[in-house]
Design a protein around this ligand. Structure first.
Ligand SMILES: O=P(O)(O)OC[C@H]1O[C@H](OP(=O)(O)OP(=O)(O)O)[C@H](O)[C@@H]1O
Ligand code: HPA
Ligand SMILES: [Mg+2]
Length: 167
């Protein structure tokens, strides 16, 4: 049986995301040193860019994984592009893996199997995936959906007095 879809919303602005990704970089600056970043696309691209700038890591590899094909629905995790074998030598020691969030943990689990010694970092974490992450910044509940700034746009909001759904 599939779990109920998250019904709480946690919208994140560009400003907030930049602050949180920078906070993650600060926290990571006490770990390492890291020779390279492995970024889990697509969500990991933005935090990886911010962290690579802050920590001066210019070697960046991608692992391309698609797990949520429809809005809030996870189905059939696919590894579209694997990590270069050379980077996976030594079990990924000295490698920093970056993603935007960990939810059920299935994406992180696949990457961890490939890079068991790598350091795994995400900006946000939900309880089911949290044990798979070494460093993260903010935890949200499992029934919360995180709305990233690249998935949102500015929209008109009706005044409270006109909102028929308001009490
Ligand atoms: O812990 P999990 O339940 O596996 O969920 C977390 C993953 O889901 C999202 O990726 P998605 O598959 O939506 O692809 P995208 O990064 O290309 O948006 C997110 O970016 C994480 O990689
Ligand atoms: O809460 C989420 N927000 C955006 N993408 C996601 N992919 C898995 N969980 C989430
Ligand atoms: Mg992703």
């Amino acid at each position: 049986m599939s779990s109920p879809k998250p019904d709480k919303a946690f919208p994140v602005s560009w400003d907030q995301f930049h602050r949180d990704a920078r906070a993650l970089a600060w926290r990571l600056s006490g770990s390492g040193p890291f020779n390279a970043i492995v970024c889990i696309t697509r969500g990991g691209l933005v935090p990886a860019a911010i962290i690579s700038r802050e920590l001066g890591i210019r070697m960046i590899e991608t692992v391309c994984i698609a797990s949520y094909h429809d809005y809030k629905t996870q189905s059939g995790l696919m590894v579209l592009k694997d990590i270069d074998d050379k980077l996976a030598e030594n079990g990924g020691e000295g490698i920093l893996v970056v993603d935007d969030l960990v939810d059920t943990g299935s994406t992180a689990r696949v990457v961890r199997e490939r890079l068991p010694k790598a350091h795994f970092a995400t900006v946000y974490a939900k309880p089911l995936g949290r044990p798979l992450v070494d460093t993260f910044i903010t935890e949200v509940s499992q029934d919360t959906w995180i709305y990233f700034p690249w998935d949102m746009g500015l929209a008109f909001q009706p005044p409270i007095a006109q909102d028929t759904t308001a009490g």
